[in-house]
Ligand binder design. Sequence first.
Ligand SMILES: NC(=O)c1ccc[n+]([C@@H]2O[C@H](COP(=O)([O-])OP(=O)(O)OC[C@H]3O[C@@H](n4cnc5c(N)ncnc54)[C@H](OP(=O)(O)O)[C@@H]3O)[C@@H](O)[C@H]2O)c1
Length: 394
Amino acid sequence: MTNKILVVGATGNIGRHVVTGLRERGADVRTLSRFAGADTVAGDLTRPETLHTALSGVDSVFLLWPFLTADGAPAVLDVVAQHARRVVYVSALSVQDDESGVWGQVEAAIRHTSLEWTFLRPGGFATNTLEWAGAIRAGQPVRMPYPKAARSLIHERDIAEVAVLALTEDGHTGRAYPLTGPGALTQAEQARILGEVAGRPAVVEELTAEEARAGMLAWADEAFADGALAYWRSLVDIPEPVTTTVAELTGHPARTFTQWAQDHVDDFRALPAAEVGERYVAAFRAGRKDQAVRWMAQDVVRVAPLENGGKHVELRGLAEIMANAERLTRDTEIHAVAVDGPYVHGDRFAVRFSFDETHTPSGQRSTMTKFCLYTVADGAIIREEVSYFDPPTG
Ligand SMILES: NC(=O)c1ccc[n+]([C@@H]2O[C@H](COP(=O)([O-])OP(=O)(O)OC[C@H]3O[C@@H](n4cnc5c(N)ncnc54)[C@H](OP(=O)(O)O)[C@@H]3O)[C@@H](O)[C@H]2O)c1
C-alpha cells in the first residue's frame, strides 16, 4: 500500500505550508496546480477528468474548494474516491450553524462518498487582511465595512499544521475541527496592528454596506456578498467565537494576529520598485494573478491601445481595470503565460508577457505578446502602460 499524499491548492496560503510540513515528516507528497511546474502535477478542479494522473497511486488528499458554488464538487469527489482512501477538506466555521453554503454542500458531497474524511473548519483567515496591503503600503486610508466587527482570524500555518496531523496520523477520521486564532480582534484593531508592524500608521475609513457590496460584486455573486455582509454585521455585536482546537491538537497555542502581521510584514511595507517588480513577476509565474494584483494601488492608472490598435485609452482604478480585463479575456482560454522581467530602472520596471491562448469562439490558438511598463510609488504600482505585439504572420 502507498502513503502518497496529494495536496490540492499547494501554491496557496495554506497548501504551501501543508507541503512543507508533510515533507518535514518524510511523507511522500505530490502537489496539484492548474499550472504544471517542475514538481507539480497539472490538474483543474473545474475539469474532473484532468485529475486522474495526479490522483494515481494516492492514498490521502488535502482538498480545498476555491469556488463560490459547490456545483462541480460531486463529480470531483467521485474521481477522488476512485483513487484515494482519505480526504482532509478545508471547510469553514460557519458550517456549524448553517450547512446550506458552499462549504456545507462540499462537506455533504464528501459524506456521500466512501472516503474517510476530516473537516477543518477555520473561521476568518488572517490572509484576508492582505486586501488592505496596498492602502497601508501607500499610506492611504484602509476602507472597510463594519470596522467594529470582531473576528478570531487564524494564521494559515495553524490550519496547515492541523492538516498535516490529520493527513499523517490515525484518529482524525469523521472529525470536524473548528479552528480559530487565539482571540477576537475588531477589524479596526487588525488594521492598527498591521500599520504598527509595517511602521506606517493605518487610518480606517468606514464603508457603508452598500459601498462594500458594490465592490464585492466585482468578484462575488449577490448571495455571497449579502451573506458575508450580514455575517460581518453580526460580528459587531457578537464577536466570532474563539476555539482552543489548534492548541489541543498541535500542543501550542494558535498564533496571534500580531505574529501573523510580523510574518507578512513585507506585504505591508513600501518596498522599492525593484522588489515590487520581483514579487509582481513571481506571483504571475506562480499562476497567482490574484496576488500580483495586490501590488497595484487602488487608484492605479492603465494606459493601453484599443483592441484594434491606434488610440490609447486610459482606465482609472483597480475595479475598472479588473472589469475590463474580465471583458477582454471572456472569449480566451489561456494555456500558459511566459513572463520575462522585471527590467528595472529607477521607480519603473518593464515586463514582457507571452500568452499561449485560444480564442474560444474560433478555436484559433496563438501567442499574444504584450510589454508592460510599470511605475511604482510608495511600494505600489500606480501606472501600467501597455503595448501589444501581434504574432508574426506567414
Ligand atoms: N478566506 C477565508 O476567510 C476562508 C474561511 C474559511 C474557509 N476558506 C477556504 O479556504 C480556501 C482558500 O485557501 P487558501 O487561502 O490556502 O487558498 P489560496 O491562497 O486562495 O489559493 C487557492 C489555491 O487553489 C488552487 N486553485 C484555484 N483554482 C483551481 C482549480 N480550478 N483547480 C485546481 N486548483 C485550483 C490554486 O492553485 P493554482 O493557482 O496553482 O492552480 C491555489 O493553490 C478557500 O477555497 C475557502 O474555501 C477561506
